[in-house]
Design a protein around this ligand. Structure first.
Ligand code: UDP
Length: 329
C-alpha cells in the first residue's frame, strides 16, 4: 500500500512507519516536529520507500497534496500529553479539531481509507472495568483544561462518523489506552518514561495524587500491527475500536515495579495534583478497556507484560540495545 502517516516523528507514528516499511509499503510521513523527534525516524530515513515532509496538518493545501495517491492515511498528528494540553490549550484544540478536519476532507476527496488515532480519554471519568466502544462518556467541566483533549477527539470522531454515513468516507477509529514503549518521552507528562528516567537517574519517582488511580499499559509493538490490520479489514469500516492491555495497575504499584525492574534505589515521592498540574486538575480513577472487538476483528491480543514494557523502556533510556524491527515482528 501507499500510506500517509501524520505525526510521523512521534512515538507511535515512527514505530508504525518502521513496521509499514518492513512490510514493503511506501510511506510518506508528515510532522511539524512540535513534540515529535526526527531522530525517531533514523531507521526509516535510510529506506528509499520513505519520504519525510515537515509541515502541519493545519496546512490544508499541504495535507490535500500529500494525500493524493495514498491508499491509507494514518492520522496520528495531535497535540498530546497532559503538560501540552495544559500549556497550549488553544493550539491543542486547533490542531486536534481543524487539523483532523483537514485530514478527513483530504482522505474523502482522494478516496483514501482513514485510520484515526482517537483516545481512551474519550471515556473520561467512566470507571467501568472493561469499557466498551459504545459506553458513555463522563467528562468534567469545559472550564478544566484536561477535558479539552477528549472534547476535541470526540468532535473528530463525530465528524468521521458523519462523513462515513453521509459522504461514504472509508474510515476506522482506534482508541489506544496508555500506549507505551521506547521513543516515548516523559517531557509532556507520560508516566512510564518519566518513572523510568527518574529511576535510572536515582531521582525520586513522582507519584501524582495518592497513587491509587488505575491504568492499563500496552506496548507500542502490540498496538502497531493492529493499526495496520484494521486499515485493510473491511469489517472494521465505520467502527471505533479499543486497543489496549487489560492488565490493571495502580500508579503507586507502577512506581514500585519500575524500581524493581530497573534495580533502582530511588525513593517514591507523592506530589499533589495541584502541584503537578496546577489548580483545578481532575484525574480519572480508573481506565480499563474491553478489547473484545479488536480481538474479533484482527486477533488483537497484547503479548507484552508490564514488566517487559518497563524493561524495554529502561533499555532504551539507559542506552542499551532495543531493536524495534525484531520486536515488531
Ligand atoms: N502520573 C504520575 N506521575 C508522573 C506522571 C503522571 O503519577 O510523573 C500519573 C497521572 O497523574 C495519571 C497517570 O500517572 O494518573 C497516567 O498519566 P499519563 O499522563 O501517562 O496518562 P493518562 O492516563 O493521564 O492519559
Amino acid at each position: 500500500m501507499r500510506a500517509l502517516v501524520t505525526g510521523a516523528a512521534g512515538f507511535i507514528g515512527s514505530h508504525l512507519i518502521d513496521a509499514l516499511l518492513a512490510d514493503g509499503h511506501h510511506v510518506t510521513g508528515l510532522d511539524d516536529l512540535s513534540t515529535g523527534d526526527h531522530d525517531n525516524l533514523a531507521q526509516a530515513m535510510t529506506e528509499p520507500r520513505f519520504r519525510f515532509e515537515s509541515g502541519s496538518v493545519l496546512d490544508h493545501a499541504r495535507v490535500e497534496a500529500l494525500t493524493a495517491g495514498a491508499d491509507v492515511v494514518f492520522h496520528l498528528a495531535a497535540a498530546v500529553g497532559a503538560f501540552v494540553i495544559r500549556d497550549q490549550t488553544l493550539e491543542g484544540l486547533r490542531t486536534n479539531i481543524h487539523g483532523t478536519e483537514n485530514v478527513i476532507e483530504a482522505a474523502r476527496w482522494h478516496n483514501a481509507t482513514l485510520v484515526f488515532a482517537s483516545t481512551s480519554e474519550i471515556y473520561g471519568k467512566n470507571t467501568t472495568i472493561g469499557l466498551r466502544e459504545d459506553d458513555d462518556r463522563v467528562l468534567g467541566s469545559t472550564l478544566k483544561f484536561r477535558w479539552s483533549y477528549a472534547e476535541a477527539k470526540a468532535v473528530d470522531e463525530s465528524l468521521i462518523n458523519a462523513y462515513y454515513r453521509a459522504r461514504a468516507l472509508s474510515a476506522v477509529i482506534v482508541r489506544p489506552f496508555n500506549t507505551v514503549g521506547p521513543r516515548q518521552t516523559g517531557r509532556y507528562g507520560m508516566v512510564v518514561p518519566r518513572f523510568v528516567r527518574q529511576a535510572l537517574a536515582g531521582e525520586p519517582l513522582t507519584v501524582f495524587g495518592d497513587g491509587s488511580q488505575i491504568r492499563c499499559f500496552c506496548h507500542v509493538a502490540d498496538v502497531v500491527p493492529a493499526l495496520i490490520a484494521l486499515a485493510t479489514n473491511p469489517r472494521a469500516q465505520g467502527r471505533a475500536v479499543n486497543l489496549g492491555s487489560t492488565e490493571q495497575v495502580t500508579i503507586g504499584e507502577l512506581a514500585s515495579r519500575v524500581l524493581a525492574v530497573t534495580g533502582s534505589r530511588s525513593e517514591i515521592r507523592h506530589i499533589s495534583y495541584e502541584e503537578a498540574y496546577g489548580p483545578g486538575y481532575e484525574d480519572m480513577a480508573r481506565r480499563v478497556p474491553d478489547c473484545t472487538l479488536a480481538g474479533e476483528l484482527v486477533g488483537f491480543r497484547p503479548r507484552y507484560t508490564l514488566d517487559q514494557i518497563i524493561d524495554s523502556v529502561a533499555r532504551e533510556i539507559g542506552g542499551r540495545a532495543w531493536r524495534p524491527a525484531e520486536t515488531l515482528r
